[in-house]
Structure formats: structure tokens, C-alpha cells
Design a protein around this ligand. Sequence first.
Ligand SMILES: Nc1nc2c(c(=O)[nH]1)N[C@H]1C(S)=C(S)[C@@H](COP(=O)(O)O)O[C@H]1N2
Ligand SMILES: [Mo]
Length: 326
Amino acid sequence: MLIKRKRGWEIAQSLATPEALFRDRRRLCQAIAAGPLLAPTVAAALAAGLRPVHAQEADPSGKLYPFKQNTRYSLDRPITDEKLATTYNNFYEFGSQKNIVREAQALKVRPWTIRIDGMVEQPMEIGIDDLMAKMPLEERLYRHRCVEAWSMAVPWSGFALKPLVELAKPLSSAKYLRMETFKDPKIAPGQKQTWYPWPYVEGVTVQEAVNELSFMVTGAYGKPLPAQNGAPLRLALPWKFGFKHIKSIVRITFTDKQPKSFWEEIQGSEYGFWANVNPKVPHPRWSQATEQPLGSKERVPTLLYNGYGEFVADLYKGMDEKKLFM
Ligand SMILES: Nc1nc2c(c(=O)[nH]1)N[C@H]1C(S)=C(S)[C@@H](COP(=O)(O)O)O[C@H]1N2
Ligand SMILES: [Mo]
């Protein structure tokens, strides 16, 4: 991941990845080092967004949007410009740079089946449109805080994770949900980089999953989710760092073992399972005290639990603070 320093974006020198990856990142770094903060990357991303994309099979969910907004979740800042939120992305399956819009259009989002298995009464496979038909659809305005210290505020469309957990009927022995992204190196060039532990995996406790904030995202800005943001199904846990927000989910497994996530597998000393946002706990290589909202010139203070403590702090009472914020 990129590190945020006082000026500009720099590349982590100590990250334990092979030289080929570093060269990639260094090029990106050099390309953006010349100009003011964010501007060149964003300009490049915008340019890519304007290029023609491959034709997609019709997405039958289009007619369902926009969803009614749930006003219980309000923002303390402006909504991020749609162009920025949909062109400045982290989606390593399509490249380790931020500009992956064009590459991500190779992702075919219909038909799309999600497998629900593990410690459940009955394993099942369900198509994304059948799943959406069963779920209470709504729009929520959420903040998003990347561990790299940039942030955004997005109108996500989707449904709470809790009714999906209820549909799955987990056994009482299940303690965690392990989620998996698709794996198809033929369409996702990043997955040809075999030093990464593909597929991307993330996890939460069952308790976290049924918290009212945990949200399955199917859309943004009143439309179906663009491929680059993790179509057709992506997680939002607004009190946790962005890497927990796993994209393009194909499998949800209920288990009694704490899942090892993609970034934990790569660099467990820097990216833990809990990954709750805390401005007072620095990343081993940079501060988390402030953040750079996409599209803003000013950095803003980062909030404990990204400002969602009233909803989630109780989940972690009595737990080891050394683990919770990593
Ligand atoms: N499968 C997958 N999911 C992923 C990632 C990824 O590389 N692959 N990146 C994560 C990170 S680090 C962030 S900050 C968010 C970015 O989401 P966005 O591109 O919609 O802003 O997706 C998360 N989910
Ligand atoms: Mo991130």
C-alpha cells in the first residue's frame, strides 16, 4: 500500500514484496511526484474513466435504483464528487495503482452467484438479483477511511448485512464470517502476480456482522455499483479501515476460526484482523492522526472508530486495545 507523508505520495520501501512490484510502484510514485497533492493521479484517473469500456450484459437491478435513503446515518462533511470516488480506487486484482477503471471493466457482473457455506444449517448458492429481491434495500451516506490516510464520503446503496446472516441461518458454533473475492487471472491481471495470496479474503465476527452499521453495497450515487468499486457486491464497515471493505464477493463462509485476511497474510504486523480506525494509533510507518478527503485541499482530523463509536464501541468492551486498532 502507499504511505502518506507530509508531501505527496510515497512508496513503502520496507514492505516485504518482490522487486518487480516495487518497480511498478516506483514508476507510479515518480509519475505523481511532480505535481500538487493528488491532482496528477486524479487527472489520470479521470482521463481513464472517459475511455470507452467493454459492453456489459444487461444489469437487471438498474431499474431498482435509486433506493430510499435511510437518514439515520448522516455525514459531517460533503459527499465526495462521484467522479473521484469512482476513478480513484484500490482494487489490486486490476493493478496496484489507483487508476484501474479501464481494467476493471473486464469484470462480468452478471450472472453472479454468491456461495454461502461453512457452519450454516444448509449451504446455498444464490444469484445476486435473487438475493437483492429478498433484502431490504436502502441508501446510506457513509464515511470511508483508507489505511493509507485518504478518505471519502459516499452514498452507498445496498442492504444491511444482518438480514443476510439471518437468511444464511448460521449454527450457534459459528463465530466469524469469512468473505472471498472472485479469482480469475484471465480477466484480472493483478491475479497473475502470484506472490499475492489470491483470492482477496476478509472477515468479521458474527457480532460485528449483525451490527446495524455493517452494510452490503450493491450501488453508489443512486446507481448500480461500477465494477471498479467492487460490483456487484461489496462490504462497507465504516468504522474500520477501507481494506476490510472486500469487493466483488463470491463466497461467504461461516466459521469458528478467525479468518486470515489478504493484507494480514501479506504483512500481518501492519494490517490486522480488527483494523478499527483510531487517530491515536499510528500505522507502523505513518501517522493516522489526520486524513486527506478526496477532492479537498485540507487535511482533517481522523475520528475514533471513524466517528461511529456510538454504534460500535460496545462491541469491543474489555478487549485488548493493542489488537483492536491494527
Ligand atoms: N477484492 C478487493 N477488495 C478491496 C481492495 C482490493 O484491492 N481488492 N482494496 C480495499 C481497499 S484498501 C480500499 S480503501 C477499498 C477501496 O474502495 P474504493 O475503490 O471503492 O474506494 O476497497 C477495499 N476492498
Ligand atoms: Mo484502503
